[in-house]
Design a protein around this ligand. Sequence first.
Ligand code: ADP
Ligand code: MG
Length: 254
Amino acid sequence: MNAQPNTPMTRDFVLAVEGLTVSFDGFKAVDNLSFYVDENEIRVIIGPNGAGKTTVLDLICGRTKATDGSIRFKDRELTTMKEHEIVRAGVGRKFQNPSIYEDLTVFENLEISYPKGRSVFGALMFRRDSAVKERVRNIAETIFLADHLDQRAEYLSHGQKQWLEIGMLLIQDPELLMLDEPVAGMSVSERRKTAELLNTIIKDRSVIVIEHDMKFVEDIAHKVTVLHQGKVLSEGSMAKVQADPKVIEVYLGH
Ligand code: ADP
Ligand code: MG
């Protein structure tokens, strides 16, 4: 593994992915990929099915090990770190299907995700001190669930469940938050509110979003990276990539 990328750093990126490659039995799902994410940036990754988008997130969060290349998060090299170490370093990742505790309330779901709750005494046993309560309320406000704190998660709508899971990540205050198709299955108004949510939380962090809904992408993206066959096909502003003939041919034209 190449732990010493040879591209000189000219500025401080939150995330610098360089020469990243993963090979599954000889098939390169991600192929010599490089991209850089700034502080307070919302980066959207788009591209056809099978382009390698989810695999890129799997590599960043340590779920899949890179065959080659480097992933630097601030001053840490992530490719040699374990999944839980990457979480602790400040990288949060939301999967496509929400993993919330259906039989717990909204409050309890957020509380159990508060970092202090992970003690040797068990996540549910720590004191509900006022700092935690305050933080839970703040997050609930941000994710539009302030009036649902006592509701069991199983009774939330699909969109509200997605927001709750985002809240469970936010309560850990990640510096980089990664979301895989967060608005899939959401109504138009839920999509609009999710865009609002991301535009609020970006003040304190960077976000990488994989998404297909181009209206939503337009509402949130600072920059768009178009992936195709594990490589960057195009990158830049929404207007730039939308006008790129290569992007129209392999993705937007369909
Ligand atoms: P996307 O999210 O852009 O739709 P993925 O990252 O899920 O694409 O997949 C990219 C390619 O890598 C696909 O061809 C997929 O079948 C393959 N792939 C993903 N994960 C694995 C794996 N663990 N083993 C083998 N092939 C995989
Ligand atoms: Mg995917």
